[in-house]
Ligand binder design. Structure first.
Ligand SMILES: [Zn+2]
Length: 234
């Protein structure tokens, strides 16, 4: 680019300083929308610690449906920059999908997970992975983990369907890949394994061997290549 162009680029960078990142929405509103969006998209990489701009309705897992949880049920954060993520916590809702969504939207519930997986394999995201969801009943574990709820009951083997295992395993594989978490039982744990908990989920009918096999196969180079191919085609 020419000198004039470079200068105006530099000016734009200066204009879009830390403040512009924080008021990203406002900057877009004053008519520099395209430039602001463009600059915002790469500036946050250069300025660690600045809160990342968020897109309403964006999800971390492709194909997930977004339904926002009440902000009372999580804490805004900037993971993995402020807290490293090294655990996935598996839960069972002790109820149906609709009632889980309802309580996660309820500010008085004071708890919610990032995701809910339904019996039919549909995945709903209610809290961004950036944020600390109140799901494990243990502050340190909340800060370091992503929580996945599964529709159903710990005491009912029939709660856990093939579609649910397959979808949840893809979800966990994606989380492990994103944050470099080993796909093993030390890092993919049940709520029951969180220190200090009195919860028993996912319970005796959750098939860990099968689940971890599915997670690992979803993370294999061949699976990754197939997923990339599908993406390129569609
Ligand atoms: Zn739980």
């Amino acid at each position: 680019m020419g000198d004039t162009e470079r200068d105006s680029k530099r000016d734009a960078d200066r204009r879009l300083g830390r403040r512009a990142l924080i008021v990203g929405g406002a900057a877009a509103a004053v008519g520099t929308a395209a430039l602001a969006r463009d600059e915002l998209a790469h500036l946050w990489w250069r300025l660690p610690g600045v809160e990342r701009p968020r897109v309403a309705g964006a999800v971390d897992f492709r194909g997930a449906r977004w339904i926002a949880a009440s902000p009372a049920n999580y804490r805004r954060a900037d993971r993995p920059d402020d807290y490293a993520i090294d655990r996935v916590v598996i839960h069972v809702t002790q109820g149906g999908y609709a009632s889980a969504v309802k309580v996660f939207q309820d500010p008085d519930h004071r708890a919610a997970a990032h995701y809910i997986v339904r019996k039919d394999g549909r995945v709903t995201q209610m809290i961004r992975e950036l944020d600390v969801a109140f799901h494990a009943g243990n502050r340190e574990y909340n800060e370091r983990s992503v929580g996945i709820e599964h529709e159903g009951f710990v005491e009912r083997a029939s709660s856990f369907t093939d579609a649910m295992y397959a979808a949840s395993a893809r979800l966990t594989a994606g989380i492990c890949t994103r944050y470099g978490i080993p796909a093993d039982r030390e890092h993919v744990i049940g709520h029951v394994e969180v220190p200090g908990t009195d919860h028993t989920d996912p319970g005796p009918y959750w098939d860990w061997d099968r689940y971890m096999r599915l997670v690992r196969s979803a993370m294999s180079p061949r699976a990754t290549k197939a997923a990339t191919k599908t993406t390129t085609k569609s």
